[in-house]
Ligand binder design. Structure first.
Ligand SMILES: NC(=O)c1ccc[n+]([C@@H]2O[C@H](COP(=O)([O-])OP(=O)(O)OC[C@H]3O[C@@H](n4cnc5c(N)ncnc54)[C@H](O)[C@@H]3O)[C@@H](O)[C@H]2O)c1
Length: 266
């Protein structure tokens, strides 16, 4: 990532950078947008138009408190033409593109836990279209602008289930393993442009999405399985995310950082 003469924030050097966050309309993406703006970055918050009410509300609220600024850009990450619009909007709005967080996924909208023999082909394809193709299209779309800025950081969002497996979610588990493979492939290719590509693999977060898909008993068991035996919150992801996004991790690429309170030791 190129150095901004006036841009180093006190902690992580994100002040004055431009960050694109996908899946910004739900709880974890919302926390990411708030954290980047608090760190002085400008954010393009991307999500489906159906989330406009919450995503726009967050963008306006964080812009009032600053020090960064956020705008909402409705887009479907499975669409190449939508990605083109997101990048054009980012450059028009902020003049540069330094960081991409590929957080959008089919997760809450999974149709529930099903044995892998009973998963529908259409649902399998939907999960891979968003979680894997969407991540790849995002990387592809931002690469030229990041390269023009002298480099950048891409953070893909995986899940700890890529290591543990999970009963009833074979498509989701496989898609997150694919995200980690894509992370390593992209890191290998894009290093030449000074673009770093890493992933975070969160444990089970106690949010609306997880409560939709899992019983309280299951969430409790996940918390007890951790070395740090407590429920996980979106805020637990902020430190590792900002670190991977910022020049503080300038020599780290191709890695997946597990953030799960010590459920698995990767
Ligand atoms: N919640 C957890 O416990 C947990 C654990 C590990 C990893 N994760 C990952 O963290 C990320 C955020 O999780 P969450 O709990 O907020 O999930 P969520 O399902 O509540 O949010 C996903 C967001 O992505 C958006 N999205 C879906 N399809 C899209 C598309 N085609 N284009 C643009 N946006 C689209 C949705 O509208 C939603 O706002 C996901 O990548 C998820 O897989 C979550």
């Amino acid at each position: 990532m190129s150095e901004l003469p006036h841009g180093a924030g006190p902690l992580v050097g994100l002040a004055g950078r431009t960050v694109v966050v996908t899946g910004a309309g739900a709880s974890i993406g919302d926390a990411y947008v708030r954290a980047f703006v608090s760190a002085g970055a400008n954010v393009v918050a991307v999500d489906l138009l159906r989330t406009a009410r919450s995503a726009l509300g967050t963008a306006r609220a964080v812009t009032r408190t600053g020090p960064g600024r956020a705008v909402f850009a409705p887009a479907d990450v499975t669409s190449t033409s939508d990605w083109k619009l997101v990048v054009e909007r980012t450059i028009a709005e902020f003049g540069r593109l330094d960081v991409l967080v590929n957080n959008a996924a089919v997760y809450r909208s999974l149709s529930g836990k099903r044995p892998l023999g009973e998963l529908g082909v259409e649902e399998w394809d939907d999960v891979f279209a968003v979680n894997v193709r969407g991540t790849w299209l995002g990387i592809r779309a931002v690469t030229p602008s990041m390269a023009d800025c002298g480099g950048g950081s891409i953070v893909n969002v995986s899940s700890v289930v890529s290591r543990t497996g999970a009963v009833g979610f074979a498509h989701y588990v496989a898609s997150k393993a694919a995200v980690e493979g894509l992370t390593r492939a992209a890191a290998r290719e894009l290093g030449v442009h000074h673009i770093r590509v890493n992933a975070v693999a969160p444990g089970l977060v106690a949010n609306d999405a997880s409560r939709t898909l899992n019983t309280d008993e299951y969430l409790g068991a996940a918390a007890r399985a951790r070395a740090l035996s407590r429920p996980m919150h979106a805020e637990d992801l902020i430190g590792p995310l900002l670190w991977l996004a910022s020049p503080a991790s300038a020599f780290v690429t191709g890695q997946t950082v597990v953030v799960d309170g010590g459920q698995v030791f990767a």
